[in-house]
Write a protein that binds this ligand. Structure first.
Ligand code: CAA
Length: 257
């Protein structure tokens, strides 16, 4: 498939998706959603891909849902057409997804970054949920994922005032896992993704599922889920290899079995 709004690259076992609507600061329109879903599903089915990076430009990861595209919607269009509902599929990607964020990550852009498993931010990154300034509220998970990431006080502050926070504040608040100089952003993201892709696929997928489970279930259920997943990994050849390699003081050679 030829893509209009994204660029796609494979670097060894890492799939890189670059949002590419520079004139609209990567605003997320319906074509972009369709293309993102297509490439994510293709990376998911591709055994040679072990981790995925979503990034944007230096100026903008994404400045939100496309305001010009949605401004004319009425309630029935939005509700019956399940406007923005398709983003759930992006969030449900099973392989690890890293957001490499430089510049604006606003509204849907911040929400897309939060759908990823973790965010590496450049020093220039700015995060915010400015929907309130447009007479609406976040619609791709901002009020839920931001609150879980940074707590009620800061989420309310950002969602109610629409202000932006810089990378340093986002790191202090726990929204991003690391902040790096802008020039190193992609190197850092590719290094992290390459490392993840080199590990045993089953344990990586289970680790992601297990962390995500903590947002859905009570602690006792989450602990049980984690323990069963942990125990089940003893059925894999990669567990035998990983532990043998440690004991024999060598690097493991995982075979995804
Ligand atoms: N949708 C559509 N177009 C957008 C856009 C968006 N979200 N954000 C920026 N653009 C367009 C601008 O309209 C402009 O296009 P033109 O040259 O054709 O006028 C171009 O991108 C460049 O933008 P600016 O001239 O505004 O650039 P700037 O550097 O002066 O300002 C900015 C940058 C502060 C990010 C500003 O563009 C801005 O405030 N953007 C909107 C941010 C926003 O409100 N996002 C939330 C959208 S709603 C949403 O996301 C709902 C949800 O929960 C899913």
């Amino acid at each position: 498939m030829d893509y209009e709004t994204i660029l796609v690259e494979k670097r060894d076992e890492v799939g890189i998706i670059t949002l590419n609507r520079p004139k609209a600061l990567n605003a997320l329109n319906s074509v972009l959603l369709k293309e993102l879903r297509h490439i994510l599903s293709s990376f998911s089915a591709d055994d040679s891909i072990g981790a995925i990076i979503i990034t944007g430009s230096e100026k903008a990861f994404a400045a939100g849902a496309d305001i010009k595209e949605m401004q004319g919607l009425d309630f029935v269009d939005a509700y019956v057409g399940d406007f923005l509902g398709g983003w759930d599929e992006v969030a449900a990607t099973r392989k690890p997804v890293i957001a490499a964020v430089s510049g604006f990550a606003l509204g849907g852009g911040c929400e897309l970054a939060m759908m990823c498993d973790f965010i590496i931010a450049s020093e220039t990154a700015k995060f915010g949920q400015p929907e309130i300034t447009l007479g609406v509220i976040p619609g791709m998970g901002g009020s839920q994922r931001l609150t879980r990431a940074v707590g009620k006080a800061k989420a309310m502050d950002l969602v109610l005032t629409g202000r932006m926070m810089d990378a340093a504040e986002a790191e202090r608040a726990g929204l991003v896992s690391r902040v790096v100089p802008a020039a190193n952003l992609m190197d850092e993201a590719v290094e992290a993704a390459t490392r993840i892709a080199s590990l045993s696929r089953a344990s990586v997928l289970m680790a992601k599922e297990s962390v995500n489970r903590s947002f859905e279930v009570p602690l006792s259920e989450g602990l049980r889920y984690e323990r069963r997943s942990f125990q089940s990994l003893f059925a894999t050849a990669d567990q035998k290899e990983g532990m043998a390699a440690f004991v024999e003081k060598r690097k493991p050679a995982f075979r995804n079995r």
